[in-house]
Write a protein that binds this ligand. Sequence first.
Ligand code: SF4
Length: 470
Amino acid sequence: MTAPRTLFDKVWDAHVVHQEPGAPAILYIDLHLIHEVTSPQAFALLERRGLTVRRPDRTVATMDHSTPTVALDLALADPQARAQLQALERNTTRYGIRLYHLGHPERGIVHVLGPELGLTQPGKTIVCGDSHTSTHGAFGALAFGIGTTQVAHVLATQTLLMRKPKAMRVTFTGRLQPGVTAKDMILALIARYGTGMGRGYVLEYAGEAVRSLDMAGRMTLANMSIEAGARAGMIAPDDTTFEYLAGREFAPQGPAWERALAYWRSLPTDEGATFDREVTLDVRDLEPMITYGTTPGMAIPVTGRVPTPAETRDPAQRRLLEKALAYMGLRPGQPILGQKIDLVFIGSCTNGRLEDLRQAARVLRGRRVAPGVRLVVVPGSETVRRQAEAEGLAQVFREAGAEWRYAGCSLCIAMNGDRVPAGHYAVSTSNRNFEGRQGPGARTLLASPLTAAASAVEGRVADPRRYLAA
Ligand code: SF4
């Protein structure tokens, strides 16, 4: 009888092509997602070495980071962004790679597109030259971001050299209260255990609170694994996963679906399998969370107060907190609720899916954005945009006074013409709040779509729960 294995062990073992003792494993890659920012140098490297793309059929490209969101017009992109987008078009044509180009009706952020098309599947190894590739782990795939040289390596060989990370199980016990979401779960986890908790690990999220999340919520959770320092985050596939995938364009069909289902059902961690580390978080009393600082770990409940550096015992932590508060212009000990804001961004690969927009629309329906505040809503893909328009969500946003955009990374990264002005406060549903992430001097407060929408209505950091009664 074989020893009990974790979900991670099973996917890893199934993809090791070769392993010399003491050396990194050669891992087979099922799906390589590429985009305009990290691929041009990788293709240039291939060209210099006289290599070609080994499996164009397992490589899929999209345009997302640098694309304008006010209109689908390349002329609006700055010269550097335009050059990247044109290079992707050239390279994908040359090597016969499927490209979701600017005008494509299914184009989207790479981590929204893959699941939506059914390319992301349980048990696959998935890589992309982008940190938030961990998103795809929500399906029970082993998915992680890689560097530019590795992108070239995967293009040329469809494999990757990698030492096996350790495994950590993160169990969320209890059930969420109304108004509390997967975004709050992951912010609470990182606030509790720190941005370095996952270093050297692949996380597996488990527990009742995870099982009861829909796929959008699971993707939010897995997406931010990288913010916890982890290599990847995985969730065991179950009926929720299979229902999401059934009938999608690239999901297996007919007898192949039945075969895939039998394999996928064998993937969850075996009873008795051991992890290198286990952590638990009870979510029963969890409140909506928001960040106050410059890492995703600097997060508090919306009803909380900004921490006081003088009360922080560790001198290094104290200095980090002082620096973060100086950048954010927040006072130690002040309540975060009621902090005035200038802009709200709802979108990104963390929270730019249809379910996220539905949540935001629940709060915004029949209400107006506070005077002087901008609300920018950017769907994660063109498919999400069309669905949101068909459902009337876009109408809700427009009537509330929001800007309703085309799909793209937009204000998550500020390299596409969208940015938060210096000194302005932005409640953002994205995943990073580092200094300058949304533009030089921008002050980012990460939160869920519910909290973001409530804050847009009040023009201040707001508690979404008062908008959800009845
Ligand atoms: S939305 Fe943000 S985090 Fe996601 S892929 Fe785009 S830039 Fe990266």
